[in-house]
Every structure is written in structure tokens, then in C-alpha cells.
Design a protein around this ligand. Structure first.
Ligand SMILES: *Cc1c(COP(=O)(O)O)cnc(C)c1O
Length: 367
């Protein structure tokens, strides 16, 4: 597919290539790690920005049968693609929301005693729902003492909790959360349990904490679940942008808004058709104080020059060979790993993915 539709590509500034085969391989790798626990998939936020309509069928095809979304509207989209899947809505039950969940056989992740009471009052007996227990995030979920106050006739289909910092091996809070979760399970025995996100799947105690289901998101999309160590996952996302203009400038000239970056030699500046409106965060701009992001142009790693504009980025391509208008600059992918780009842009890869924006030409590689 790549390069197959030059005219179409020119309607867009950027090209986002999403490798669905790598995504499916990532799911299978995690499923092997987690087995015999079931491997679900977190597909909230439009499958971390990559597109629910492409990602969910690829995961179904790989064997995934359970999905986690944040919002009811996302659950509707997953249901349309996956009539038989189990779909959990992480952000829980909105007031008066029960019948909407029943109509499409969706499962709320109930996060408070109020939500449990409303669900029980307005649902057929044994309508499946998950129970979220807060073991340290202090965000959603019942606090452990509230477990004792649950109505006796409530039997969740799943009890789950979420890690605070599973990506940091040895963080003492992880051990405390595991201990709390075990204690909670003893209070509601014989209910399937789920604790691990992507990074949880790479903790050394995995076989003791995989329980009945794991819920990876980020690692499926190629993010590194083990920051600081090599990424065990296959890369899924590549972001490229067209060079739309080249400009020779003298030494000592400023480039970009507010004149925060200056050439220190006669330079060749390329302008690409992609900016912060496309999700390349403004924190990636290069100023006197901040190195900012990088681009690969004709195989050479180049520094960005000046601030990121809404629709444009300027790149110092002086050292790249034979650069021409119409060439492509790689901004994420290959030597510019997602997690490294995120670090340069002073955020994490989750925010990079979910910021990607809707203006790119999207190329889905399926074989
Ligand atoms: C987003 C989310 C996940 C997936 O987390 P990753 O770090 O992306 O693997 C799992 N569980 C809950 C509750 C979540 O909100």
C-alpha cells in the first residue's frame, strides 16, 4: 500500500502507517505470556488513537474475545464490530444508564456502592458487570473497606484493580497493591479477577498476578512496557510528513515563531506539512533552551528547527543528502522509537498515540 496513492497522499500533510499484523503479533505474544489467563485488550480512546474500526477486527482475528473501553460511545463502536465479544466500560455506569447497557449486552465496570445499587435495582438477575476496587490510585473503584458493604446478592462477573506504576519494576506501591488485591479477592471468593495492564505483564511475579484475565493496551500498539530496557513489542506506528518547501538560510538567522532558535552555519531548512494540530506536541519544538524532537530525512537524523506551528514543522536538513521537495520526513518510527520521541516531547507514548489527530492519510498494513 505504501506510496500507492501519491495523489491521495498529497491531500494530507502526514501519513500514519499502522501495522495491523504487528499489532496482532503483539497480542499473541502477550497472550502466550499471560496464559492460561485470558488476554483482553484495552481499546479505549479510539484504540489509543489508531482507530477502533481497524484495530478491533485485527484483534478479533488474532483471538481476542474481551475488550475494555472508557466510554459508552466507544462500546457501541466495538459492539458493531464484535457482536459476540465481552465489552467492559471502564468509566462505569452513568446515572439512569442501566437499560442502555442491557440493550447491547455491555458490561459496566462498577466503581462505587452507588453504581452497584443502581445496577442491582435496574438489571435482570445475574446481569454481568465488573467490580472495580481501588488499591492505590484513588481514582475509580470501591475502597477495600467498602467491599464489606456490598449487597449480599451481588456477584460480579469480574473483580479488577489497576496499577499505579507497574512500569517501574520494584516500586513498593506495586507490592502493596498486589497484597491489597489478594485480600479483596478473599472477601469475594470465586469471582474471576484481573489486575495487569501492559507493564504488569512484564513484572517478574506475573504467574502469581495474571489471575484470570490481563488487560494490556499500550504494548499492543507497540509501546514499550519495560521502559529503560529494550522494547519486547513489535513497532506498530510510523508517522511521516511531506517536505513541502526547502529554504537556504544564512548563519545567525532565526527560524519559527518568537525567534527562539538560530542557525549557527549556513543551513538548509525543510518545512513539513504537519504540526501540533496533527498531534506532534508543541513541546517538541527546538529553542535555545530545549533540543526538542528529531526527524529522519533521507536516512539521516536531523534536528527540528524552532517552534512547532499548528500545521508546519521546520527541520534542519543541512546534513541530509540530496533532499528534495516532496521527500518524506519520519517523525515517529524506526530509529525514532515511540517511547524516545515521547521522552523528547516531555510526555509518554500514550499521549503521543492518543494525540495523533485525524488529518493524516491513514495506511493500514494488514499483511
Ligand atoms: C488503560 C487501562 C488499561 C491498559 O493499560 P496499558 O498500560 O495501556 O496496558 C488497563 N486497565 C485499566 C483500568 C485501564 O484504564
Amino acid at each position: 500500500m505504501r506510496g500507492h496513492s501519491p495523489v491521495f497522499a498529497d491531500l494530507h500533510g502526514g501519513r500514519l502507517t499502522i501495522d495491523l499484523k504487528a499489532l496482532a503479533d503483539n497480542w499473541r505474544q502477550l497472550a502466550r505470556r499471560a496464559g492460561p489467563a485470558e488476554t483482553a485488550a484495552a481499546v479505549k480512546a479510539d484504540a489509543y488513537g489508531l482507530g477502533i474500526e481497524a484495530v478491533v477486527p485485527a484483534l478479533l482475528n488474532a483471538g481476542c474475545r474481551s475488550f475494555f473501553v472508557a466510554h459508552f460511545s466507544e462500546a457501541l463502536r466495538v459492539r458493531a464490530l464484535a457482536p459476540d465479544a465481552v465489552i467492559y466500560v471502564l468509566n462505569g455506569l452513568p446515572p439512569h444508564g442501566c437499560s442502555a447497557f442491557h440493550t447491547l449486552d455491555l458490561r459496566p465496570v462498577l466503581g462505587s456502592l452507588d453504581e452497584v445499587a443502581e445496577w442491582l435495582a435496574h438489571s435482570p438477575e445475574d446481569a454481568p458487570a465488573a467490580l472495580h476496587v481501588d488499591t492505590g490510585l484513588n481514582r475509580l473503584g470501591l475502597s477495600p473497606p467498602e467491599i464489606a458493604l456490598l449487597p449480599k446478592n451481588f456477584r460480579p462477573a469480574l473483580v479488577m484493580s489497576h496499577f499505579v506504576s507497574s512500569e517501574i519494576p520494584g516500586d513498593p506501591i506495586t507490592l502493596r497493591q498486589i497484597a491489597t488485591f489478594r485480600a479483596v479477592r478473599e472477601m469475594i471468593p470465586d469471582v474471576p479477577a484481573s489486575l495487569c495492564n501492559s507493564s504488569g505483564l512484564f513484572l517478574s511475579t506475573l504467574k502469581d498476578i495474571a489471575f484470570d484475565m490481563v488487560r494490556p493496551g499500550y504494548a499492543l500498539y507497540g509501546g514499550n512496557p519495560t521502559p529503560g530496557a529494550p522494547n519486547p513489542m513489535r513497532e506498530v506506528v510510523t508517522l511521516e510528513a511531506r517536505l513541502i518547501q526547502l529554504r537556504e538560510v544564512e548563519s545567525g538567522v532565526s527560524v519559527g515563531y518568537n525567534a527562539q532558535w538560530h542557525t549557527t552555519r549556513p543551513s538548509l531548512i525543510a518545512t513539513v506539512s504537519l504540526g501540533y494540530a496533527d498531534g506532534y506536541l508543541r513541546s517538541g519544538g527546538a529553542t535555545a533552551q530545549h533540543v526538542g524532537g528529531k526527524a529522519i530525512v533521507n536516512g539521516v537524523e536531523c534536528a527540528l528547527a524552532g517552534r512547532i506551528s499548528m500545521d508546519l514543522i521546520t527541520i534542519d536538513v543541512t546534513d541530509a543528502p540530496g533532499v528534495q521537495r516532496g521527500d518524506w520526513a519520519v517523525l515517529v518510527g524506526g530509529r525514532l522509537a515511540l517511547d524516545d520521541v515521547a521522552h523528547r516531547l516531555e510526555t509518554n507514548g500514550y499521549e503521543i498515540l492518543t494525540s495523533l489527530g485525524r488529518r493524516h492519510e491513514r495506511v493500514y498494513l494488514s499483511s
